[in-house]
Design a binder for this molecule. Structure first.
Ligand SMILES: *[C@@H]1O[C@H](CO)[C@@H](O)[C@H](O)[C@H]1NC(C)=O
Ligand SMILES: *[C@@H]1O[C@H](CO)[C@@H](O)[C@H](O)[C@H]1NC(C)=O
Ligand SMILES: *[C@@H]1O[C@H](CO)[C@@H](O)[C@H](O)[C@H]1NC(C)=O
Length: 426
């Protein structure tokens, strides 16, 4: 027993002069294999030496002793040394399936010598995508840019091709899942003109890499409604492409309904969609439509008593303020409700571009918001009444199904009303 002890002491003292070479910081991508460098300077075979890797305050990671290696709990199956490198004195730690919990300061110890490596991990999020939030006025647009899967949070910057100084602000009302990877949304308000390019850049401070997207504003200015809709439709397909992976993002109340509708429709086109996933989407759509009690109170407070609509009739001219009215659907098989400009003609080409903002039902087309092309709507139940809130100055026309509990929002038109409009029921 004494002899063994003596040999060990001798062995370790003969290596006192070991010198280790490490890097102070290693940056790696989450989920991938990272290598924490540690090499004995000069030539040493490590086979007979003890190599101990620990993390932070002496948390064991990996021990190599008498030719045998062993990963500590939490690192089993993930931590290893490259056996082919041991004879060259290379005792770099290989760590696979890295997670944010692996970040920290690692110590590589060989004999009395030790070296430290700090591991920083990052996740580069998805390519950013744009969402048009609202039109503040004819030329002022609120836009946001979002991306999923970041660690740590990215540094977001905005630039526009006309040199405006854009200051973004994080919109952090997104629900975050349990994942350590975060979804990020950042908003900016800018002055737009046709042909403007807006760039949203998200930079990972750890990986020092970035992901960016450019939005080109199209349309002729000064705008009426159509360029805005074009911009909106131009932007949206980007979002739709990712719809399968953004799930909870769309639990947002504000414009969640439109996006969810699109998801449901995408799902309907997907032949392999599982029944339960589809049911889940429908449930989420219904949840997205639900109007909160306080909002519903606000809507009802705008109720106007000055007119009621029967099929074929129109209401008075409205050119300011907010008004809420309900249309009782006499014939539930075919109807159109909404508002129109005085001179607009109802018919095939009734779109916001021609001065008609409407919502309809027909057995052929189902429920539709009349955009160009029509935007199909799937209410959770057949409405018997349609509630309509016109916010003239804000430029919004919102349709509700007041017959459900809670009331459901069916669709919101964003518009810029410049001349009086009249409610109608066809
Ligand atoms: C040490 O081994 C690691 C893992 O195989 C390798 O990535 C690294 O390049 C090696 N270092 C040197 C200096 O050879
Ligand atoms: C690692 O060490 C550096 C320098 O001492 C320190 O700034 C850093 O916070 C440490 N990292 C962790 C995760 O403890
Ligand atoms: C905006 O981007 C498009 C497409 O990349 C490019 O053709 C156009 O010249 C850019 N416009 C400006 C004003 O930079």
């Amino acid at each position: 027993m004494k002899i063994v002890l003596f040999v060990l002491v001798l062995a370790s003292s003969s290596h006192q002069d070991i010198e280790l070479q490490t890097s102070s910081v290693v940056r790696g991508s989450l989920g991938e294999r990272v290598s924490l460098p540690c090499r004995i300077v000069g030539w040493y075979s490590v086979r007979a030496l003890t190599v101990v890797w620990t993390k932070d305050q002496d948390v064991p990671v990996y021990t190599h002793r008498a030719g045998e290696g062993e990963a500590a709990s939490g690192f089993q199956g993930r931590a290893s040394l490259d056996q082919s490198q041991l004879d060259a004195g290379n005792v770099s730690l290989l760590l696979s399936d890295s997670s944010p919990l692996d970040e920290g300061n690692y110590t590589c110890q060989v004999g009395r010598a030790s070296g430290r490596v700090e591991l920083k991990l990052g996740g580069l999020g998805s390519r950013p995508q744009f969402l048009v939030d609202s039109f503040r006025s004819s030329r002022s647009l609120s836009l946001s840019c979002w991306s999923r899967g970041w660690h740590p949070n990215p540094v977001v910057s905005w630039t526009s091709s006309d040199g405006q100084t854009l200051t973004g602000a994080p919109l952090d009302d997104e629900e975050q899942g349990a994942s350590v990877l975060k979804d990020v949304r950042d908003g900016v308000t800018l002055t737009v003109q046709s042909g403007l390019n807006v760039t949203c850049t998200m930079r990972n401070p750890v990986l020092q890499t970035q992901s960016e997207e450019v939005l080109t504003i199209t349309g002729d200015f000064p705008p009426d409604v159509s360029p805005w809709l074009l911009a909106f439709w131009g932007v949206f397909p980007l979002v739709a492409m990712a719809s399968g992976i953004i799930g909870y993002f769309f639990k947002r109340k504000r414009d969640s309904v439109k996006e969810k509708e699109r998801q449901v429709r995408e799902a309907e086109r997907e032949p392999l969609m599982k029944q339960d996933e589809y049911a889940e989407l429908k449930k989420e759509l219904s949840a997205a439509r639900a109007v909160s009690n306080s909002e519903w109170k606000r809507v009802l407070s705008k109720r106007t008593k000055i007119f009621s609509l029967t099929p074929g009739s129109e209401g008075p001219e409205l050119s300011s303020g907010s008004h809420y009215w309900e249309v009782i659907l006499r014939d539930v098989r075919r109807w159109t409700v909404g508002v129109k400009k005085e001179e607009a003609v109802l018919g095939r080409d009734s779109f916001p571009e021609t001065g008609v903002w409407s919502f309809s039902y027909s057995p052929e087309k189902g429920y539709c918001a009349w955009l160009h092309p029509p935007f199909p709507i799937t209410p959770s139940s057949q409405p018997k009444r349609v509630g309509i809130l016109l916010d003239y100055s804000e430029g919004q026309l919102t349709l509700y199904d007041p017959g459900t509990k809670p009331a459901q929002r069916l669709y919101t038109f964003n518009a810029i009303f410049t001349t009086p409009v009249r409610p109608f029921y066809e």
